[in-house]
Ligand binder design. Structure first.
Ligand SMILES: *Cc1c(COP(=O)(O)O)cnc(C)c1O
Length: 426
């Protein structure tokens, strides 16, 4: 039996309707932006394997650093003990994050990084003796799949069975161009009503919503309102972090600094699962107390895993190299040229771009996993050796920075070629 069939017999895949999904494609090797299947077919990974990969697959430098760490220390309990990789990674990240970020709390994925931030925010207000209950989020946001993260994410078809279990959240509209004043009004109204512990947002780009984008100017205004009303701000940079938006962090485009930040995905260059929540001294100090009940009682078995931290350090070395920074600019420029062309096409509703993230929204159907066109676009790209996972009628790219100009061109051409399928769907 081949691998795909054996997989089908024992495995339950994420976000997959197992009854109707085609057999998965067995990938046996990766190199740079390419993935190779067992029959030798190569695919350009234009979505960085669910937005995690920064420097290409099986990168030799990361592999070497991970191997060295594995031979030295694979894991150690992170309460009462520490190790060099966790300390150095925290030191180096805090140096390049917005300067008010002073403490690093490790976990093991994006959803847990978000859970940690939300719990910190709520307990912060308890610890300072002013308990506040509400959290504000963008209506179309996505912050993860655990219950807390689901609660602060859009009430979509994906979470419908759980709605009655999710805590109440005040949602405000995403301040896309033209909607800014409306969102400002909504946030002001929520803030005035009081009892708001925190505002959590995906800075500049809402990934799962379909790479929906808004300006740093309006986010700065929203953060200003939060500051005025004593609402903590949480930047969920799980997707936008580590260069995706053109700067190392999307928060670097802003005047205001968030109270807390969440990271995962690109944190290890896409090598290992690792989550990180950082916070300001103001937050941290509210947990320092002789009364033990003020402690932050949260942790995971693999908190601060040394191998994951070593991958994070290796990925950071690569990210900060001039060559990588040039690649980020190069991709952004190529996207720019492509966007000009794509905008001219019939049935293209909008082309959005922020740094290395590009999205083309076609005029068709609804933006959902359930749309028919989505599967056709997905297969069209696969048949051309390109991995693109459309979000309904939105096709997006978030490539590894090592993608070559030729590969980038091939992906852009594939997107332009989708035009006929879209025309037929009208
Ligand atoms: C992917 C994502 C998450 C969840 O991360 P996981 O590691 O998949 O749990 C949270 N927030 C944002 C913005 C994301 O894109």
């Amino acid at each position: 039996m081949d691998l795909a069939q054996r997989d089908h017999n024992v495995i339950w895949h994420p976000y997959t309707q197992m009854k109707t999904a085609p057999l998965p494609i067995p990938i046996v090797r990766g190199e740079g932006a390419l993935l190779f299947s067992d029959d030798g077919t190569s695919y350009i990974d234009a979505v960085s394997s669910w937005w995690v990969n920064l420097h290409g697959h099986a990168h030799p430098y990361i592999a070497q650093k991970v191997a060295e760490q594995l031979q030295t220390l694979e894991h150690v309990i992170f309460a009462g003990f520490t190790h060099p990789a966790a300390v150095v990674l925290a030191e180096r990240l805090l140096q390049i994050l917005p300067q008010n970020q002073k403490r690093a709390f490790y976990s093991d994925n994006g959803s847990t990084a978000v859970e940690v931030a939300i719990k910190m925010a709520i307990q912060y207000w308890n610890n300072v003796g002013e308990p506040k209950r509400k959290v504000v989020a963008f209506r179309d946001s996505y912050h993860g799949d655990t219950f807390g993260a689901m609660s602060i994410s859009s009430r979509s078809a994906f979470t419908a069975p759980f709605w009655s279990y999710l805590f109440d959240v005040a949602f405000v509209d995403v301040p896309v161009p033209g909607q800014e004043e409306e969102t400002i009004k909504q946030l002001e109204a929520v803030a005035l009503a009081g009892d708001v512990a925190a505002f959590i947002y995906e800075p500049l780009v809402l990934g799962t919503a379909g790479m929906v984008m808004y300006t740093p100017e309006v986010l700065d205004r929203l953060m200003g309102i939060c500051q005025k009303y004593n609402i903590l701000t949480i930047a969920d940079e799980v997707m936008t972090g580590f260069g995706r938006t053109g700067r190392t962090f999307a928060s670097h485009y802003l005047e205001h600094q968030p109270d807390m930040m969440c990271f995962s995905k690109g944190l290890t260059g896409g090598t290992m699962a690792l989550g990180l929540t950082t916070c300001s001294n103001q937050i941290y100090e509210a947990f320092l107390h002789n009364d033990k009940s003020k402690t932050f009682f949260h942790g995971h078995s693999y908190t601060g895993n040394p191998v994951a931290c070593a991958a994070g350090l290796a990925s950071l070395d690569l990210l900060l190299q001039q060559e990588t920074q040039q690649s980020i600019n190069r991709i952004a420029q190529q996207h720019d040229l492509f966007a000009e062309k794509a905008k001219q096409l019939e049935f293209v509703k909008e082309v959005r771009q922020q740094g290395t993230v590009l999205a083309v929204e076609f005029e068709a159907g609804g933006t959902s996993y359930f749309s028919n066109l989505r599967d056709k676009l997905y297969n069209f790209a696969l048949e051309r050796g390109v991995i693109l996972r459309p979000l309904g009628n939105i096709i997006y790219m978030i490539p590894p920075y090592c993608i070559t100009n030729e590969q980038l061109e091939q992906v852009h051409q594939t997107i332009l070629g989708m035009h006929e399928l879209v025309a037929k769907a009208q």
